[in-house]
Design a protein around this ligand. Structure first.
Ligand code: ZN
Length: 290
């Protein structure tokens, strides 16, 4: 699959363009376009689909890109190594330009939660985006992991981007028997068998699995189309619950206010209505070899 990120004007948002189809139709990165949330988040508009959107959307949110046209000549965003590292590196090389417009935020003013059995996603008021995530898998290398993470200028690239998706051999075998994950391999994420990890090289972070869940959650919350301000807490959730939570939250306007904000972006002082030169971002995190 070929993928190209094209600059876009203010208030464009993130849109995917299927260049392999006649008339190159566009699918918006919007929560109303979600059609499938098992294992990954698939979007569709007018019958045109784009699958595995969450890692690219997380990278865009994490490094502060609001407006971009994602050109694609296939139906799936490339999985690469199962993390967002490649996307962050590509965006780093391309550079980011600050635009003469205010960023739109959804600021939570009253707590809101959605439960499903012992899984939940909740949000409580806060002035910035903070995510707490807990997972619990009965596996010797995973177990119970909790992480608390704040979005700032460098924290996505440093703390989250390199965390790979993970799966269990027994589930992958079942999915492949059912025709899924045909191209899946140890190059595309972490695979656990009953006792250990099949990949060489070990973890990139000691708690890589729960960090990847934060990555997935950010990618799914990016479908709000605005930046969430508040403390998101999730436990044993996944794409399906992330998506249901976001849709329910947006239907509850008593729990939030929408505001335009001139908050500093990416550590660059915000200059309203001043055209900024292309900024090549400083990065503090060296990605592990891929
Ligand atoms: Zn993922």
């Amino acid at each position: 699959v070929g993928l190209r990120l094209q600059p876009a004007p203010p208030d464009f948002g993130v849109r995917f363009q299927r260049r392999d189809l006649a008339q190159a139709p566009v699918v918006r990165a919007h929560h109303d376009c979600v059609v499938h949330t098992a294992y990954a988040t698939t979007l569709a508009e007018n019958g045109v689909t784009v699958a595995i959107t969450e890692h690219l959307l997380a990278a865009l949110l994490g490094v502060g890109v609001d407006n971009v046209l994602v050109e694609l000549d296939g139906s799936e965003i490339p999985i690469f190594d199962g993390s967002a590292s490649h996307f962050v590196n590509l965006i780093r090389k391309a550079g980011i330009r600050q635009q003469p417009a205010l960023r739109r935020h959804l600021k939570v003013t009253r707590p809101f939660a959605l439960h499903d059995g012992d899984s939940y996603v909740s949000i409580s008021p806060g002035d910035s985006l903070k995510v707490s995530y807990t997972i619990d898998f009965p596996h010797p290398l995973v177990g119970r992991q909790t992480t608390v993470w704040h979005l700032d200028a460098f924290s996505f690239a440093r703390d989250i981007a390199a965390a790979r998706t993970f799966g269990f051999l027994k589930d992958l075998k079942r999915m492949q028997e059912n025709g899924g994950l045909r191209g899946g391999s140890l190059e595309n994420g972490i695979v656990f068998d009953e006792r250990g990890m099949l990949n060489g090289g070990g973890f990139r972070y000691p708690d890589e699995c729960v960090r990847h869940k934060v990555l997935d959650l950010l990618g799914d919350m990016a479908l709000a189309g605005v930046h969430l301000l508040g403390h998101v807490e999730a436990r044993k959730a996944g794409h399906t619950l992330h998506h249901r939570f976001l849709q329910e939250l947006i239907r509850q306007p008593k729990h939030y206010e929408l505001m335009d904000s001139a908050r500093p972006v990416l550590g660059i002082p915000h200059a309203r209505f001043v055209k900024q030169p292309l900024v090549h971002l400083p990065w503090r995190y060296d990605f592990p070899p891929l």
